[in-house]
Design a protein. Structure first.
Lengths: 285, 409
């Protein structure tokens, strides 16, 4: 990875001709609309970027058991030009976030960092043009060949239980989860306790119960009682996505695989999605 | 099987949580003692120089019941929990105020669990099952009626006083004289006086709801351990009573209202001459914790079973500890400490005396004498057995064997 800085001309005067060389150009008036959502999945250094005409998908994985994806649709960007059906690369996500926040990242109202993200294709670095208050920074981040994201084979037809909750009701329990518990146990059932999060820590166990008729429960579709445990260390990072979101859907399939989907509104009120997939730690009937 | 179950409504949960916060400032363990007269929560610091008890009467709860399925009839469970298990449940008091509608606390022997449930808005329920250890409860002995000095003031007044001391100020000195009460920060000699900020405030007796001075005294105690209690008292707008005596004796702070009462008993430094920046005392060991070390013990008082042991009639004043502070009375007194320590140490204590003078820190600091609540059951003569115990968790097993009190063990 290398960063090269220059006081270049403002982004708006970049000539159109320069764009010929890029297979992907994505612009945002407010870089936070990208950086905030990326923070929700930054638990590992490396991220796989996959861009299609529909938009950008950023994937982070952990130990083959956990996958987080952030989706930023093309409509979110002020400009989104892609010359191929699929453009993929891998970058150091921590470095990318540092660059996006290069002007300090403080949210002074009315002041935002503008971003123009350009990629020349295989072998080229990811080039970021960032501008705030007339100052432009150019960052070039080395890219690697993208790994193939794991396919968790989680399909909606195989979903046994699904609930949609307002994030507000989960934020506090998630932030106060007993971290001495190695697992987070999720029970979903058509009967009591309906939806339960449990921890088993050094001082004892804890259960958070959400009844199906709670006004925080937007959707409750549970067909079969299932209890699954997931490694706490894998799921705890999802707290960031939860904190940003207004709604979360929790789904388990017949294998006990977990899908968490978060609906996130960005600074401009537009909707983006973050999802987490997690393998169960062990089967509990 | 002994059980306890109680239900707290709405803002009582927050008050309960605030009490837990105050208790957490004292010690790392929390004793829950459900009694007929209410639920007592107690905590002691590791040096036994600070003790707090919050007693919530049955009226505090929406519902309070003691199950007594045991053959003994009135046996109740006394449990000890780790503060770090309990405090997180009550950490966010504002969040509790917003979200918790009701809380239920129950203790059940067969499962060795304390269950704390929060019934929150939107139908959400949080259930915590915490392991507990069965343990004798402690109670600090303190003869309030024997205290020559008594103050009573709104919590706000005391809060306003202590507010002027920086958060890191460990100890303060309260001086009582016929015409004034003053608070000042306590400066350990040896500190660089040029770097210290000295704060002193005086109050006229008229500022107090009640003012009784029996003996001029300066008492120096740990402020840190008092702050949580004062904060609780202020939040309930309760007057605080302060009972104390001559320098070196413990001080008790007490609040009471219709549904609860709370006590903090703090040990005070023994050697506290009126000391200002110009009068540094001899060099104490700068590395020894001050409030934390234990030395002298307060007056022993016996409860309503009334039988003062005949062979220690003189023991109504200071009793020395086994930790090397100077012996005031003859060796007969040392027997009183034997259940705590190995009997062999009795012999060692004489040797320990000379060392007392070479470790000045230990002469300066006091600890409290504790009595296990169930020692009332002890019918033995007190000559051989100490009815008052300085209870330490490590020593508990020994003591319980000595006392043959707990059939379940």
């Amino acid at each position: 990875m290398c960063l090269r800085f220059s006081a270049a001309m403002p982004l708006s005067t970049q000539s159109q001709a320069d764009d010929e060389q890029y297979v992907l150009v994505a612009s945002l008036d407010n870089a936070r609309n990208l950086s905030n959502i990326l923070k929700a999945i930054t638990f590992k250094d490396h991220a796989i970027f996959n861009a299609t005409p529909n938009g950008l998908k950023v994937t982070v994985e952990d130990s083959k058991c956990l996958q987080a994806n952030a989706f930023i649709q093309a409509e979110i960007f002020q400009e989104f030009t892609i010359k191929e059906d699929l453009v993929g690369f891998q970058v150091n996500l921590t470095v990318l976030l540092d660059c996006l926040n290069i002007f300090g990242g403080s949210s002074v109202p009315g002041v935002s960092t503008a971003l123009r993200m350009c990629y020349g294709g295989y072998g080229f670095p990811l080039t970021l043009f960032l501008e705030e208050g007339g100052v432009v920074t150019v960052c070039k981040i080395n890219t690697q060949e993208p790994d193939e994201p794991i396919d968790f084979e989680f399909c909606s037809t195989n979903v046994t239980n699904k609930v949609i909750l307002q994030s507000e009701s989960l934020k506090e329990p998630f932030s106060e989860l007993d971290m001495t518990s190695e697992v987070l146990q999720i029970t979903m059932s058509p009967s009591q306790p309906y939806f339960r999060l449990s921890t088993f820590g050094n001082s004892g166990n804890a259960h958070y119960d959400y009844p199906k008729d709670s006004d925080m429960m937007e959707l409750f579709q549970c067909t079969k009682t299932q209890t699954n445990r997931y490694k706490m260390s894998l799921l705890k990072p999802s707290t960031k996505a939860l904190a940003l979101s207004c709604k979360v859907s929790v789904r388990t399939d017949s294998r006990g695989f977990l899908s968490l989907q978060y609906l996130v509104r960005n600074d401009d009120g537009q909707i983006c999605f973050v999802e987490y997939y997690c393998c169960p730690d062990e089967e509990v009937e | 099987m002994a059980t306890m179950s109680c239900v707290l409504e709405g803002n009582r949960v927050k008050a309960f949580g605030k009490a837990i916060h105050a208790l957490s400032r004292i010690g790392e363990e929390l004793w829950l003692d459900p009694m007929v007269k209410g639920l007592a929560l107690r905590s002691v610091n590791s040096a036994h120089s600070a003790y707090t008890c919050f007693l919530f009467s049955p009226m505090f709860f929406q519902h309070y019941s003691l199950g007594s399925g045991s053959e003994q009839g009135s046996a109740t469970i006394k449990c000890k929990l780790l503060m770090k298990s309990v405090l997180p449940l009550f950490r966010g008091l504002n969040s509790i105020e917003r979200n918790v509608e009701r809380s239920q606390i129950s203790i059940s022997t067969p499962s060795d669990r304390v269950t704390i449930q929060f019934f929150c808005r939107h139908g959400i329920t949080k259930t915590h099952n915490l392991h507990f250890q069965e343990s004798e409860a402690l109670q600090a002995e303190f003869a309030s009626h024997l205290c020559p000095n008594v103050l009573k003031a709104p919590a706000r007044l005391l809060g306003d006083m202590v507010m002027h001391f920086p958060v890191f100020q460990e100890e303060i000195t309260l001086s009582m004289m016929p015409l004034s009460v003053s608070f000042r920060n306590y400066c350990e000699a040896g500190n660089d006086h040029m770097k210290m900020m000295y704060t002193e405030m005086s109050l006229h007796p008229d500022e107090f709801d009640y003012f009784q001075v029996g003996v001029d005294s300066d008492i120096t105690f740990c402020l840190k351990e008092l702050r949580g209690f004062l904060s609780f008292a202020e939040s309930h707008s309760l007057p605080v009573s302060v009972h104390f005596g001559a320098t070196g004796n413990p001080v008790r702070f007490y609040i009471k209202d219709m549904v609860l009462e709370a006590t903090v008993v703090l040990a005070t430094l023994m050697d506290s001459e009126k000391r200002g920046p110009s009068q540094p005392i001899g060099p104490p060991n700068p590395t020894s914790p001050r409030c934390a070390d234990a030395a002298a013990l307060p007056a022993v008082s016996y409860e309503a079973d009334g039988s003062k042991p005949q062979d220690i009639p003189a023991v109504t004043e200071l009793i020395t500890s086994s930790q090397g502070s100077p012996i005031i009375n003859p060796p007969a007194l040392m027997q009183l400490l034997s259940p705590v320590d190995d009997p062999d140490r009795l012999g060692v204590s004489d040797e320990a005396c000379p060392s007392a003078t070479t470790t000045p820190a230990s002469t300066m600091i006091c600890s409290l004498l504790f009595r296990a609540l169930s020692s009332e059951q002890d019918d033995d003569g007190c000559a051989a057995r100490l009815p008052v115990l300085a209870c330490h968790s490590d020593a508990e097993e020994d003591m319980e064997e000595d006392y043959r009190r707990s059939p379940s063990l």
